[in-house]
Design a protein around this ligand. Structure first.
Ligand code: ADP
Ligand code: MG
Length: 211
């Protein structure tokens, strides 16, 4: 699905040769500051490689329209973006932006259950904790039903039990629907348990390692 060919980003990171398979769960492991977010941002066309090429379905990413690309390849950043209003407004924000049909409240409530967020749709978002906002932002992107998800440490501000439940839900949702997931995590245990493939950044080089 994605192929890196002799990619470098500034003097920060090298990805000599790497395939990220469609319909698979790939975890991206590496120390803080090693370039995990940078890789997701390159896959999402938020930044371009300094040298080398990234292909998506055999087409160079630089030739693909960024907006159309991001409709298919949906990224959830490490720090969730919140919009003014309540939980419902925030769940619907992505669909509104796309001018897509809006689901009924029952669907929105099911989404909150899936991300383990036990709050009413009418709750103002400024009352939510960091971890609750993170799960709300995850619910928002799941509603977009994209074929490819790039999730940047989606469980970083959750307690351990909630983190496990949320990662399990994401992995099973992706597998059931044959979607593709690239998951950034700093936990080797999470990567080994839930992924088909693991990419690890060490000494500024990203390479596949055994699961
Ligand atoms: N556009 C940029 N220009 C210069 N340095 C950057 C840029 N983007 C990221 N960096 C630097 O690259 C390194 C890796 O960042 P990042 O990808 O966020 O790491 P991680 O997500 O693994 O913690 C950091 O030192 C960061 O400051
Ligand atoms: Mg990061």
């Amino acid at each position: 699905m994605f192929r890196f060919d002799s990619v470098t980003f500034l003097d920060i990171l090298r990805v000599p040769s790497l395939m990220i398979g469609g319909g698979r769960v790939t975890s991206l492991l590496g120390a803080s500051g090693s370039g995990k977010t940078t890789i997701l941002r390159m896959l999402n066309k938020m930044v371009s490689p300094t040298a080398g090429e990234i292909l998506y379905h055999d087409r160079p990413l630089r030739e693909i329209d960024s907006v159309l690309h991001r409709r298919e390849v949906c990224m959830l950043s490490q720090t969730p973006v919140m919009f003014e209003g309540n939980v419902r407004d925030n769940l619907l924000a992505g669909l509104l932006f796309r001018k897509a049909p809006l689901p009924e409240d029952t669907v929105l409530s099911e989404t909150l259950d899936r991300v383990h967020l036990n709050k009413p749709l009418s709750e103002p978002v400024d009352k939510l904790s960091g971890g609750e906002k993170q799960r709300l932002a995850l619910g928002r992107v799941l509603l977009l039903d994209a074929p490819v998800y790039l999730l940047d440490e989606p469980s970083s501000s959750l307690d351990e039990n909630t983190a496990v439940a949320v990662i399990e839900m994401i992995a099973s949702c992706v597998r059931e629907k044959g979607k593709t997931l690239v998951l950034v995590t700093h936990s080797a245990a999470v990567a080994e348990k839930y992924s088909d493939d693991i990419v690890e950044i060490r000494n500024k080089v990203a390479e596949r390692r055994s699961v």
